[in-house]
Design a protein around this ligand. Structure first.
Ligand code: THU
Length: 378
């Protein structure tokens, strides 16, 4: 489960690389040395010291007129001046706030100096309070591609590496996130898909705006990492499964909770049902609702299905749990089986549960071998 998102700054949330490169070129020009954007290509994204020292050495400068402290002071003065009233937000940077609001922890992990990180947060249309933790160049001795900045964020947030996703745009940053044990998503803002995958990226997206709005970390997880599976027929509908399973215990618990709400003042027989949607992995539940006019009663399974359709449109059912207090556990009635057949495949699993017995599992085709599906929908 994703509990935390760790963001690099430049090339992910904000585009300050162009400005930085121009100032780098201007600095070397000020000491009479010609540099162009390619002079910096192997030194980007690994902190300011590397940005200048490595480029200087590539340009054949090991000492005066080159001086890192002068370069750093030149950079800070120029940068602060140029960034004023400038928007450098990259598409989709709003995901930070969206995640924060949905209870997912957020951290900013940039090797840049603190003054630059704070200036960039503002210029990217964000606020410091959108992040649960901010780590900058001053907090670590060893820069990316070492794991330190991401390892520090994991400790600060109290999450395990397996629960965190790093968003990066450069090879050194991808490597850093991988070394910290996290899954890494790379943007195509700075390097291409192939280079990102060579560096170890688990997923590559165009930029953060490619991520659709999500309700919870499960939906984010399926979008970022679910292998895309071919569309599959569920009864009368074709659905693209997200490939994300759902633990049977969770489904059983949801069905049990619905069972507790069963409205059965006439029969006294409560039923709960919970199903998992193949497209999203989301769970929908329902209970039986009886009526003074007995025939108006609606079964638990049909209430679960109508809730699912109301939320997602046509659904594919991978598993449905039916919870009742019967021995042996009650199967869905024939009317419910027919309604289920509209959204089930022959191998949809139907799990029958009671408070006191072990779950009994069937394939849908065992319970209804010959469902009626309208000819044009087969
Ligand atoms: N019931 C269900 O909820 N699902 C079924 O598949 C079979 C029956 C409910 C309807 C009614 O409220 C009670 O069980 C007794 O028939």
């Amino acid at each position: 489960m994703i509990r935390a998102l760790l963001f690099d700054m430049d090339g992910v949330l904000a585009d300050s690389e162009g400005i930085s490169l121009d100032i780098g070129i201007a600095y070397f020009a000020s000491i009479g040395v010609h540099a162009d954007r390619t002079s910096f290509s192997s030194a980007i994204g690994c902190g300011e010291r590397t940005f200048f020292d490595k480029t200087a050495s590539l340009l054949g400068l090991s000492g005066p007129p080159y001086c890192y402290d002068d370069a750093s002071a030149f950079f800070r003065k120029e940068y602060t001046e140029r960034i004023k009233n400038l928007s450098i937000s990259l598409p989709g940077a709003g995901i930070v706030r969206a995640a924060h609001e949905r209870g997912i922890l957020t951290a900013l992990c940039s090797s840049a100096p603190e003054w630059k990180v704070f200036a960039n947060i503002e210029a990217a249309g964000l606020e410091r309070s959108d992040f649960d933790f901010i780590a900058t160049g001053k907090d670590i001795k060893r820069n990316k591609p070492e794991k330190d900045i991401y390892a520090l964020a994991l400790i600060a947030l109290g999450v395990d590496a397996s629960e965190a996703v790093v968003f990066e745009d450069a090879a050194g940053g991808i490597e850093s996130g991988k070394r910290a044990g996290c899954r890494v998503v790379s943007m195509e803002t700075t390097i291409g898909k192939e280079e990102a995958e060579r560096a170890g990226a688990d997923a590559v997206i165009k930029d953060l705006s490619s991520i659709p709005s999500f309700h919870d970390s499960g939906e984010l997880e399926s979008f970022l990492f679910a292998k895309s599976l071919p569309p599959k027929r569920y009864g009368a509908v074709m659905i693209k499964p997200c490939g994300k399973g759902c633990s049977e215990n969770i489904l059983i618990e949801e069905a049990r909770k619905a069972w507790e709400h069963g409205y059965a003042p006439y029969s006294g027989f409560r039923v709960g049902a919970a199903l998992v949607s193949a497209a999203t992995g989301r769970i929908y539940s329902g209970c039986n609702v009886e009526n003074s006019s007995y025939g108006a009663t609606i079964c638990a399974e049909r209430n679960a299905i109508t809730t699912a359709v109301a939320n997602e449109g046509a659904v594919g059912i991978d598993t449905i749990v039916v919870y009742s207090d019967d021995d042996p556990p009650a199967p869905p009635c024939a009317v419910c089986l027919q309604v289920l057949s509209e959204f089930s495949s022959p191998d949809t699993s139907v799990v029958l549960v009671t408070p006191n017995t072990e779950p009994v599992r069937y394939k849908f085709s065992q319970l209804l071998p010959m469902p009626f599906i309208f000819p044009t929908m087969r």
